[in-house]
Design a protein around this ligand. Structure first.
Ligand code: URA
Length: 195
């Protein structure tokens, strides 16, 4: 659906969340998912964090980032004075890919109108794209996290921070570079929104 049609069809997050629940644009994902994980939308969020796609626990509960990656995200957020109470959270793809495979290009394209409209409706000051799928969605092209992270960029009338996905931080461990980079990047974001 075009941005104009998305805007006229979905004038509130409530309407968007409800419609997304019955999305069947991806034959495969809609057949295997348990839930559509649209997002976590606290009122007035100035930060929107975007991941890749739900995993098993998110698919089960319908809530984004509640598994191991989500627990680490919570620790990083709280370390810089942010929290789930004030930060909106979603993923580029709203349905779990089987065996947690990377979403296919067609699935990402099918899901893009949802997240693009979600950004407009949440209206955050800063969007944080975590990992290569979210970075590609935001930048419109493959983007190396190592090169792009660290500074806020001007983006769609707001600002964008690219950072590592918490699954990379988990893979490299507590002394690894991705976790240190995430902490630094979220510190910049927290400073920007006045935390
Ligand atoms: N990873 C993501 O990118 N999103 C989730 O919701 C959970 C894990």
């Amino acid at each position: 659906m075009s941005p104009e049609v998305m805007r006229s069809n979905y004038s509130s997050l409530k309407a968007l969340v409800s419609a997304a629940q019955s999305c069947v644009l991806c034959d495969g994902l809609s057949a295997t998912r348990a839930t559509v994980v649209v997002g976590h939308h606290p009122k007035g969020a100035k930060v929107l964090v975007v991941g890749e796609a739900p995993g098993a626990q998110e698919d089960e509960t319908g809530e984004p980032f509640v598994g191991k990656s989500g627990q680490l995200l919570d620790v990083v957020l709280e370390g810089v004075g942010l929290s789930r109470a004030t930060v909106a959270i979603t993923s580029v793809v709203k349905c779990r890919p089987p065996k947690n495979r990377t979403p296919h290009a067609g699935e990402i394209a099918n899901c893009a109108p949802w997240i693009d409209r979600q950004v407009e409706l949440i209206n955050p000051l800063v969007v944080v794209a975590m990992g290569s799928v979210a970075a590609k969605w935001a930048m419109g092209k493959a983007t190396k996290i190592g090169d792009a992270h660290g500074q806020l960029m001007s983006w769609r009338d707001r600002e964008l921070m690219i950072t590592y996905h918490p699954s990379a931080a988990l893979r490299f461990g507590p002394r690894g570079m991705p976790l240190a980079a995430m902490r630094e990047d979220f510190t910049v974001v927290a400073d920007r929104v006045g935390v």
